[in-house]
Design a protein around this ligand. Structure first.
Ligand code: C2E
Ligand code: MG
Ligand code: MG
Ligand code: MG
Length: 293
């Protein structure tokens, strides 16, 4: 009897593995279609300067507009794109889309001075040997200066090939691009790497912000990250700011930028444009929903 049920177990296990494999095959083919038929769309989330309460920057975030499932979160497919190597194509699509968007904003005078859109990069995009050249040629194609763009990279991606990455960042920084270390605190953070990497900004991962007000350990960690960033002359962005209490806590530190649902969700690019940008010479950056402390 035990043997019997053991076999059943095995069988069920094999069947579920087969289903899993089928699902992956299907996901892969659906994602290929998604790339070819342009099912990926962008959302744009504002980043707010804590001191002035004004718009400071914005991050481009991908969504998959699936024909049957509707909007699919990147958390459900970025990992798979990474392991299958397709992420390189998708990161490039996103970058091109952002460049087109900025190009349009510049042509109507809506692109504010000294404003950057951030674009996320996966490790394999950053590591491709033609990364720098692709960035340069895409910017040139849309006639954009490097000062319009910030790339967000993770600690893991940077440390995998540290010397190479340092070189690439430096070359692009000479052309005005900047770099942020995304999801800071969740990776292999080591102070010596942090010192060597020529980044401009640290984004504190939202997992540290979530319980900031209730958890003294998170408070201490966030305070130390801010102190380190200060020492290294890096700007800090707090991700996942959802409450006024969190914003008020963070605002004790003068120079922080916030990103989170308290201010806005990731918006349709047209909605972002209407709500935050104005077609005029002197950009009006004050938003109407920003809290003043
Ligand atoms: P991320 O780069 O850390 O982006 C921030 C994430 O936090 C976004 O999730 C955003 O919607 C979410 N978020 C913003 N404010 C809040 C808040 O107040 N509370 C909470 N709980 N979440 C908030 P999203 O859009 O689901 O993206 C997830 C991740 O997918 C991104 O994390 C990024 O790692 C990756 N990703 C998104 N777009 C791209 C892309 O074009 N290329 C690559 N390689 N990765 C991307
Ligand atoms: Mg990011
Ligand atoms: Mg992040
Ligand atoms: Mg994150």
């Amino acid at each position: 009897k035990a043997k019997q049920s053991g076999r059943n177990c095995c069988q069920i296990f094999e069947e579920s593995m087969a289903t899993e494999a089928n699902n992956l095959v299907q996901l892969e083919s659906e994602l290929r279609t998604a790339i070819q038929s342009q099912q990926f769309v962008l959302r744009v989330q504002p980043i707010i300067d804590g001191q002035s309460g004004k718009l400071a920057a914005a991050e481009a975030l991908i969504r998959w507009n699936h024909p049957e499932r509707g909007m699919v979160s990147p958390l459900e497919f970025i990992g798979f794109l990474e392991s299958s190597g397709m992420i390189r194509e998708v990161d490039q699509l996103v970058f091109v889309e952002v460049c087109q968007y900025i190009h349009a904003l510049r042509s109507t005078g809506e692109m504010p001075e000294e404003f950057r859109f951030s674009v996320n990069l996966s490790a394999s995009t950053l590591h491709r040997s033609d990364f720098v050249q692709r960035v340069e040629s895409t910017l040139a194609q849309y006639n954009l200066p490097g000062t319009c763009i910030e790339f967000e990279i993770t600690e893991g991606a940077a440390l995998q090939r540290l010397d190479e990455v340092i070189q690439k960042l430096k070359v692009l920084q000479l052309q005005g691009l900047t770099f942020a270390l995304d999801d800071f605190g969740t990776g292999y953070s080591s102070l010596s790497y942090l010192k060597r990497l020529p980044i401009n900004k640290i984004k504190i991962d939202k997992s540290f912000i979530k319980d900031l007000i209730f958890d003294p350990q998170d408070e201490a960690l966030v305070a130390s990250v801010i102190a380190i960033a200060d020492t290294l002359n890096l700007r800090v962005v707090a991700e996942g700011v959802e409450s006024e209490d969190q914003a008020a806590w963070l605002n004790c530190y003068s120079d922080i930028w916030y990103q989170g649902y308290l201010f806005d969700r990731p918006l349709h690019p047209e909605a972002f444009r209407e709500k935050y940008l104005q077609p005029q010479q002197t950009p009006r950056l004050v938003t109407d929903n920003v809290l003043k402390y």
